[in-house]
Design a protein around this ligand. Structure first.
Ligand code: GLV
Length: 308
């Protein structure tokens, strides 16, 4: 079996895969290779996909397949397998818990008070009264919802089709979405980037959140209408309906230096670092997939038309 890897740390992946699959030949995209059986890639150049149109399967070395599906070099019918959680859920849950405590324990307010040397304690709102919404209940969203519930917050989850999760109030469909939005103090967005989720967070949905709600987006930048977000935040020194937002993903990355998002004091911007792919857990999934393909077994592939 011949496998070609394309990702930032391709040499580490090559060494790790070679060790786990000693019979295979593993290459990186820096090498010129005649033909291969499978590709394991993260944001490959179109030219690489075109050059290796003979690949019998593609493994997306990340959870979101939006970049790959939008790649003009992607062959029409090659099966695609994506990473499912693979350790990212845990990292993203940590990120969300940080963001949640940032507002629930008023760290944002204390940071602002510090600029004025103002010593003023805010009354703590009990976690049990701080309802959190998680949009998207895929492998990562589910893990995040469960960790937040385990930390003591009531959690409401939303997905396109009905789901049942222990300890989480599950909503679905359009009505379910508005029902959830009206009841959460913090909203976390973990939906894939598809035509259906484009600007799901817009003037209307933001206006449905209770006054003073906050947002955490470790998902995709396309989920948010940025100008509606800025409107909901209001004047930098004033107070809007939306208290704050912690944003990790943007439609254009890196976020351009002239974006007004950088400068709003109630926005916390991170450079798409919420859930880097940890090699260990991801490697297990990649090896499992390659072994199954090698043995001619079925592997769950993504649904190209759904976009995830
Ligand atoms: C990262 O954004 C991923 O989709 O894995």
């Amino acid at each position: 079996m011949r496998i070609l890897v394309h990702i930032d740390d391709a040499a580490d992946w090559q060494a790790a895969l070679q060790e786990r699959l000693p019979q295979a030949e593993v290459f990186t995209s820096d090498q010129t290779v005649e033909s291969i059986d499978y590709l394991a890639v993260w944001k490959p150049p179109a030219e690489l996909l075109e050059r290796h149109a003979e690949a019998r399967g593609i493994i997306n070395l990340g959870a979101g397949v939006d970049a790959l599906l939008g790649n003009p070099g992607l062959p029409a019918d090659t099966p695609i397998v994506k990473l499912r959680d693979a350790g990212m859920g845990e990292l993203i849950a940590d990120y969300c818990l940080y963001g949640l405590f940032h507002v629930q324990r008023d760290f944002d307010r204390y940071r602002e008070q510090q600029d004025r040397a103002e010593w003023r304690e805010h009354q703590v709102i009990d976690k049990r009264d701080w309802s959190v919404g998680v949009l998207g209940l895929g492998a990562i969203g589910r893990h995040v919802a469960e960790r937040i519930a385990a930390a003591g917050f009531p959690v409401r989850g939303w997905s396109r089709s009905p789901k049942t999760l222990e300890g989480i109030s599950c909503h679905h469909g359009e009505d379910g979405l508005y029902d959830l939005l009206g009841q959460v103090r913090t909203l976390i967005t973990l939906l894939p980037n598809t035509p259906e989720t484009y600007h799901l967070i817009n003037a209307k949905t933001l206006a449905t959140l209770p006054e003073g709600a906050s947002l955490i987006n470790p998902g995709r930048g396309t989920l948010i209408d940025e100008s509606a977000l800025l409107d909901a935040l209001g004047e930098p020194n004033g107070q809007g309906r939306l208290r704050s937002a912690l944003l990790d993903a943007f439609p254009e990355e890196p976020l351009p230096s002239d974006s007004p998002l950088w400068r709003h004091p109630r926005l916390l911007i991170t450079p798409h670092m919420a859930g880097p792919t940890p090699l260990g857990a991801a490697l297990d999934q990649v090896v499992e997939t390659l072994e199954a393909w090698g043995a001619g077994r079925e592997v769950p592939t993504i649904d190209r038309s759904a976009g995830y």
